[in-house]
Write a protein that binds this ligand. Structure first.
Ligand SMILES: Cc1cc2nc3c(=O)[nH]c(=O)nc-3n(C[C@H](O)[C@H](O)[C@H](O)COP(=O)(O)OP(=O)(O)OC[C@H]3O[C@@H](n4cnc5c(N)ncnc54)[C@H](O)[C@@H]3O)c2cc1C
Length: 428
């Protein structure tokens, strides 16, 4: 399918993409012809990013019209999926077959390809980002040829290239298939602790983040309280909660939604009821598909050791955050190997901000917040809003030159570049 001059928006509606043409090919050959005949090409997933990372002034392609693939290889412990699939579909099929992914993001309605391209993550001291589950990616290269990058390939070339191939910022061309690590299905029980004094987040951080397989802490940095959401793997952590007055809070007696006033029925089941991993690890239910977002998001990844200083800075800033912040979330991510992952090389704490949908009001507050946190070593999420200059972001990636070389070797004419990537790699 080809739509010339079509406009497309991201999920939040704050970005209008500017492609000359928008395509949704239904066969691989059609996609290969589009790529080979284009001067500039980018792929678009479900458009859940909040910035221009997916944008192009050339041809924008969606790969969700390609034949659907979900192929489980029990012996290898992997599944190979077509790149346009959303986690929600892959997870349901894996669970039905007795398999699981190690982790998921808060929302399951995002594509696998789009998520791993931006370093999307869930939470957990021992959990790396979603890109770390990727064992192979297959892309359509600049001439329309198929190119595979494999983690365990014998060829030296692949071993050298693979660390740049998954968190690719979409710059290696349209991904058409991904192979992901899987493990036997497991169950998770969720407990939400409300009324936790915010002081405990700083003073008992390791205890909090170590209390479950995946832990998220929500706060506004202003009212002095936090809510701690535990996702306990029943086979490792047990299914009970850590105590009636743990951290000085209390286990919620009703289901809870992170944003005040939003219906808790949108959220995955809580109150300690065990259930399959894919119905507990995301915060939001598979059945509830928000088609438009009344929010903007930012997120900064810091070295874990910087957490206390970051929390103190955010509490100072609390009154300024209050008018524009809907909620903030604190998660942890284990150190990753992918060169362009914001959690590369360091156990990380990710500080997420769901803002009101008013870019003009949010930007000055975001700039003040980033002025405080960037000096602590923060790296912004690739799919969210930041005020950091591309050169300042680039300086935070020690393997940026290797990534630039990989792109130049794979795509010498820069067919898969866009303004976002070119600004990041300026002078490289
Ligand atoms: C409500 C909500 C909740 C979120 N929760 C989390 C969270 O828990 N954790 C987190 O880390 N992030 C989170 N995010 C951010 C989100 O995961 C990222 O923005 C992610 O990139 C979205 O995937 P997408 O399919 O929408 O990709 P898009 O936004 O469409 O694209 C992102 C990038 O991927 C590239 N891309 C997409 N498809 C392909 C393809 N087939 N081949 C090559 N490149 C491709 C694009 O070119 C672009 O560069 C959330 C966002 C929203 C709106």
């Amino acid at each position: 399918m080809l739509t010339t001059g079509a406009s497309a928006h991201n999920w939040a509606g704050n970005i209008t993409f500017g492609p000359e043409r928008l395509h949704r090919p239904s066969s691989l050959d059609e996609l290969r012809r589009i790529v080979a005949g284009a001067a500039r090409v980018r792929a678009l997933g479900t458009g859940h990013s909040f910035n221009r990372i997916a944008d192009t002034d050339g041809d924008l392609v969606r790969v969700d019209g390609l034949p659907r693939r979900i192929e489980i290889d029990p012996a290898a412990g992997t599944v190979t999926v077509s790149a346009g699939l959303r986690y929600v579909e892959v997870a349901a099929e894996l669970q039905a077959a007795g398999w699981a992914l190690a982790n998921m993001a808060s929302l399951p309605h995002i594509t696998v390809a789009g998520s791993v391209a931006t370093g999307t993550h869930g939470s957990g001291d021992g959990n790396r980002g979603l890109a770390s589950a990727v064992a192979a990616v297959e892309v359509v290269g600049p001439d329309g040829d198929l190119v595979a990058f494999r983690r365990d390939a014998d060829a030296d070339a692949d071993a050298d290239r693979f660390p740049g191939a998954v968190v690719s910022l979409g710059a290696l061309g349209p991904v058409v298939a991904l192979t992901l690590d899987i493990e036997p299905s497991f169950e998770v029980a969720q407990w939400v602790y409300t009324g936790v004094p915010l002081d405990a987040l700083g003073s008992r951080f390791d205890e909090i983040t170590g209390a479950a397989y995946s832990v998220s802490t929500f706060t506004d940095w202003h009212g002095g309280l936090a809510t701690v959401w535990l996702k306990r793997r029943t086979d490792r952590d047990g299914s009970g909660h850590p105590g009636a007055d743990w951290l000085g809070g209390a286990p919620a007696k009703e289901p809870w939604h992170p944003i005040a006033g939003m219906p808790a029925r949108f959220c995955t089941r809580q109150l300690g009821v065990p259930g399959p991993w894919n119905a507990r690890l995301p915060h939001f239910r598979a059945e509830f598909t928000p088609s438009r977002g009344e929010e903007l998001q930012s997120e900064l990844f810091l070295p874990r050791a910087a957490a206390p200083a970051a929390f103190a800075a955010l509490r100072e800033l609390g009154p300024a955050l209050a008018p524009v912040l809907q909620i903030s979330e604190v998660r942890t991510i284990a150190a990753e190997d992918q060169w362009m992952s914001p959690a590369f090389g360091r156990d990380s704490v990710a500080l997420h901000f769901t803002w009101v949908k008013d870019e003009e009001a949010v930007r000055p507050v975001l700039a003040r917040m980033e002025e405080l946190l960037l000096p602590l070593g923060a790296r912004p999420h690739w799919g969210k809003v930041t005020t950091a200059a591309p050169a300042a972001v680039a300086a935070r990636y020690e393997h940026l030159d290797s990534f630039a070389r990989l792109l130049s070797a794979h795509d010498p004419e820069g067919r898969f570049r866009n303004a976002f990537v070119s600004e990041l790699l300026a002078e490289r």
